[in-house]
Design a binder for this molecule. Structure first.
Ligand SMILES: *[C@@H]1O[C@H](CO)[C@@H](O)[C@H](O)[C@H]1NC(C)=O
Ligand SMILES: *[C@@H]1O[C@H](CO)[C@@H](O)[C@H](O)[C@H]1NC(C)=O
Length: 412
């Protein structure tokens, strides 16, 4: 009798799970993707529009304002974050004319057909040591913000900047999050600007870097969103089962310490490389598939962080393509979900539909961008790992038992 009840509630649970995943499949993907172009072999932007449609991705972040891309995505409904490069900050700071010209040239002509919703001014400006550039950041943002307003675009386009999580001096426990002291002079007024203009604080966060730096002490399941005991923040008693959420909440705490509880945090970049040099621990196809797949499932669930459970995480995955001309270690050229020919680097369990539910005339495969093997992987849709299948599952269960004992080290 008791067994019967248990069995039927188990069935009910399964049924509910199925129903809710069907629900998720019909919804558009809620994650965004970074479309970097430091490569000499990428497909034409018109083909990329089709690729993204097949994935149901409707948010894209660029590192520039490539008119070819913006034109290709006209009337697609895809939402864009475009960027002003660091090299332009000094010339725009305190120069309303230059800012106005930039917006007139790079934003205005594409609206409203292409949905540009945010301009990021500078990328990781505080990670270098160019204090002139740091001092120019906020004035440049203010100039762009003023230009956006003057051109009547204030209601639709916000202004922000993207920062590495290393702007934090302390990130664990998350409740002790604090910005680097030497940056306070720049960050305090920057936060005031975000509060006044109701714009988000953007961070680029890579738990991969923490793992790569200390593979012996950072728990792999903890950085990959895989089952692990989690870590408790002793000040709040909140429990963290992954590093990315701890980093996000550390940013909230750091902002609060500067008097701001009125600013949202978005993840402008996160990802995991599928390949790296000998000394780049963790850079494997299996880990990349686990990181991005697990992350996308949490996004599909509308999950928030322990500190902000009702604020769904807002993430742009890095990156759409492997970019062959990026300098640095091998991992830098291997963050892509796709090879330049449009075939996936690995099959991914997104927790939401791929192309399997699509109907209508669009066929992403007709553009010869996909091999038949990749087609198989992409149509797996709901999240069955096809290409790597058994291999991936075996590897991850072995890893879970092996790594679970390690104490996560989080202060990275
Ligand atoms: C900072 O400046 C020093 C000396 O000018 C240079 O060696 C170093 O690479 C710079 N660091 C960064 C992060 O740019
Ligand atoms: C955290 O939990 C401990 C033990 O259960 C308790 O003594 C403490 O008051 C809690 N702290 C907070 C901030 O809730």
């Amino acid at each position: 009798m008791e067994l019967c009840v248990r069995a039927s509630s188990l069935l009910l649970g399964l049924l509910l799970q199925l129903l809710s995943s069907v629900d998720v499949v019909s919804a558009a993907q809620k994650f965004g993707i970074n479309y970097g172009q430091i490569a000499n072999n990428l497909p034409d932007p018109t083909q990329v529009a089709g690729l993204l449609q097949s994935l149901n991705v409707n948010k894209v972040k660029l590192y520039d304002a490539d008119p070819k891309v913006l034109t290709s995505f006209a009337n697609t409904g895809v939402e864009f974050i475009i960027a002003i490069g660091n090299e332009n900050l000094q010339s725009m700071a305190g120069n309303p004319g230059a800012a106005r010209q930039w917006v007139t040239q790079h934003v205005q002509p594409f609206l409203p057909a292409t949905r540009i919703t945010c301009i990021t001014v500078g990328n990781e400006v505080f990670s270098g040591n160019d204090t002139g550039m740091m001092a120019s950041l906020l004035p440049a943002m203010k100039a762009i913000y003023a230009a956006v307003g003057e051109l009547g675009l204030g209601g639709q386009v916000t202004v922000s900047s993207a920062h590495s999580v290393n702007v934090l001096a302390t990130s664990f426990p998350p409740s002790s999050g604090a910005f680097r002291e030497d940056l306070a002079q720049y960050i305090q007024p920057l936060l005031d600007f975000h509060g006044q203009t109701n714009s988000p604080f953007l961070i680029n966060a890579y738990p991969f870097f923490a793992y790569k730096a200390s593979p012996g002490s950072v728990s792999l399941p903890y950085v990959l969103f895989e089952p692990n005991p989690g870590v408790r923040d002793p000040n709040t008693n909140l429990s963290y089962d992954n590093m990315l959420y701890a980093q996000i909440d550390a940013v909230y705490a750091a902002m609060k310490a500067m008097g701001h509880t009125d600013i949202g945090v978005r993840i402008s970049e996160t990802g995991w490389p599928s390949k790296g040099d000998e000394d780049e621990a963790g850079a494997t196809v299996e880990n990349a598939a686990a990181y991005n797949g697990n992350l996308m499932q949490r996004i599909a669930m509308n999950q928030g962080t322990p500190l902000k459970p009702n604020v769904p995480i807002d993430v742009f995955v890095f990156a759409l393509f492997n970019e062959d001309m990026k300098p640095g270690p091998t991992s830098e050229r291997n963050y892509g979900l796709f090879y330049p020919n449009g075939s996936p680097v690995y099959a991914i369990n997104t927790g939401a539909g791929g192309v399997s539910g699509r109907t209508g005339p669009f066929d992403p495969y007709s553009a010869q961008m996909f091999s038949s093997a990749s087609r198989l992987a992409m149509t797996s849709g709901m999240g069955v790992v096809v290409l790597l299948g058994a291999l991936f599952l075996r590897a991850s269960s072995a890893r879970t038992t092996q790594q679970r004992k390690k104490v996560p080290r989080l202060n990275e």
